[in-house]
Ligand binder design. Structure first.
Ligand code: ZN
Ligand code: ZN
Length: 425
């Protein structure tokens, strides 16, 4: 036993709590950092959603409601004389029982149910080392038709969207608001940029300019977030490569990491066109299942995004990447090592409309950006950096179709975080 733990035991300080020590081995925790419930525009009660994630092998879950925390007094209509009870309410009542559910009758004969604040239901699900809920928000801002959404994790207080006069200014103001609260409270908090392709919201040229932002969603399970791109936007994979190349080589800004999330809203039917849960997640390597430990690991890039592929081993540093996949029978795996080399063709052109005016969409770039530097088939793959790469990242693509894809034809994948030669370990 570690000496610190012995000491604390002797002092009677450990009781039911485990104490983090350097001797504790880090392990992998699976979680989803983007979830909606009836507290905003999701269609189920948070307890039902939390239980769904617990029973599907997740270790942590962040509720990210639009511009609110789950901490107010909120009642919603669940029964009307015309339509009867909503299916969500019937299922909720059947599962949790009359002693848990709080209802009231309105003057016009509707029944309302009170949404339980996170603080009231979290103890039903949280267990040390098993499951954790994180208090988060989807800060929901807008510039013209561009929906500018970003999640903020582990908040103490709600953040009102800050607004501004262009996309970069608005995103930066909201990022800064998260770090202001972190600074003021001393509690670790992180912002993450959501679904850049949703409503053609954020171009790579805008995303790359953000300061202090370490995360964006390379995979989002909502059907209109267009991970695979559209005729006017690159895929989120290509967007990531543009952002990484120009941040590191031209703008001298930090690396940006890629998250996988659900952005679940629809919990009653699974279909393409619905934003269902259990589509994309992160595996985070941390010593403990605490928000502080998870945030530290995320900020260190010690995680990967997944839409189904699971790793058994992952070792990566500034010189090499080595991974072993946990293989499934009958499934084959291709690992691509993707990066940009120094001396790349850095020319890029804005796209123009038929009148010749510059459109606010991604520029066009040379094939040097985000090139496939090597490709390996099979359950193990490794790559030694040559030394002239600006960054290298691995993507594992399986032959197994996603069981409930947000985009038709998606296969299960894993996205590893970029390594940067010469970066501090
Ligand atoms: Zn959103
Ligand atoms: Zn969302």
């Amino acid at each position: 036993m570690h000496r610190l733990r012995l000491l604390l035991l002797a002092l009677g300080l450990t009781s039911a709590f485990s104490v983090a020590t350097a001797a504790d081995a880090a392990r992998w925790w699976r979680g989803n950092l983007h979830t909606h419930s009836l507290w905003s525009d999701g269609d189920d009660f948070p307890e039902m959603i939390a239980e769904r994630y617990v029973t599907n092998g997740y270790h942590f879950l962040a509720f990210t409601e639009h511009n609110t925390l789950q901490d107010t007094n909120k009642w919603i209509t669940v029964v009307t004389p015309q339509k009867g009870a909503t299916p969500a309410f019937e299922k909720y009542l059947a599962r949790t029982g009359v002693s848990w559910v709080e209802t009231r009758r309105t003057q016009d004969n509707r029944t309302e149910a009170r949404l339980k604040p996170l603080a009231e239901y979290r103890s039903k699900f949280e267990q040390p080392g098993r499951f954790l809920l994180i208090q988060s928000e989807e800060i929901t801002d807008r510039w013209k038709t561009a929906a500018l959404h970003m999640n903020a994790h582990n908040l103490r207080e709600v953040i009102k969207p800050r607004g501004g006069s262009n996309v970069v200014e608005i995103l930066q103001a909201n990022i800064n608001a998260v770090f202001e609260q972190r600074q003021r409270t001393g509690q670790p908090m992180i912002p993450h940029i959501n679904h850049p392709n949703f409503t053609l919201a954020i171009t790579p040229e805008e995303l790359m300019q953000l300061r202090g932002e370490k995360f964006f969603e390379v995979f989002n399970g909502h059907p209109t977030t267009y991970n695979n791109g559209t005729n006017r936007t690159p895929s989120t994979d290509s967007l990531w490569d543009i952002v990484l190349t120009r941040r590191l080589a031209e703008l001298k800004l930090d690396v940006m990491y890629g998250l996988g999330t659900d952005d679940g809203h629809h919990y009653h039917t699974n279909a393409i066109g619905k934003s269902n849960p259990l589509r994309g997640w992160v595996w985070v390597r941390a010593a403990q299942l605490t928000t502080e430990s998870l945030i530290a690991a995320l900020e260190a890039g010690d995680f990967y995004a997944s839409s189904g592929v699971k790793l058994r081993e992952l070792r990566q540093d500034a010189k090499s990447i080595a991974l072993e996949i946990e293989p499934e029978p009958g499934v084959t795996y291709t690992t691509q090592f993707i990066g940009t080399r120094r001396g790349y063709d850095a020319r890029h052109e804005p796209q123009r409309n038929t009148a010749g005016e510059v459109s606010r969409v991604a520029h066009t770039y040379s094939k040097d950006i985000g090139a496939v530097l090597a490709e390996v088939k099979g359950p193990t793959a490794s790559y030694q950096l040559k030394g002239d790469e600006i960054y290298v990242r691995a993507k594992v693509i399986s032959s197994k179709p996603h069981p409930n894809p947000s985009q038709r034809g998606d296969f299960e994948c894993a996205w590893l975080q970029p390594v940067v030669p010469g970066a501090k370990p």
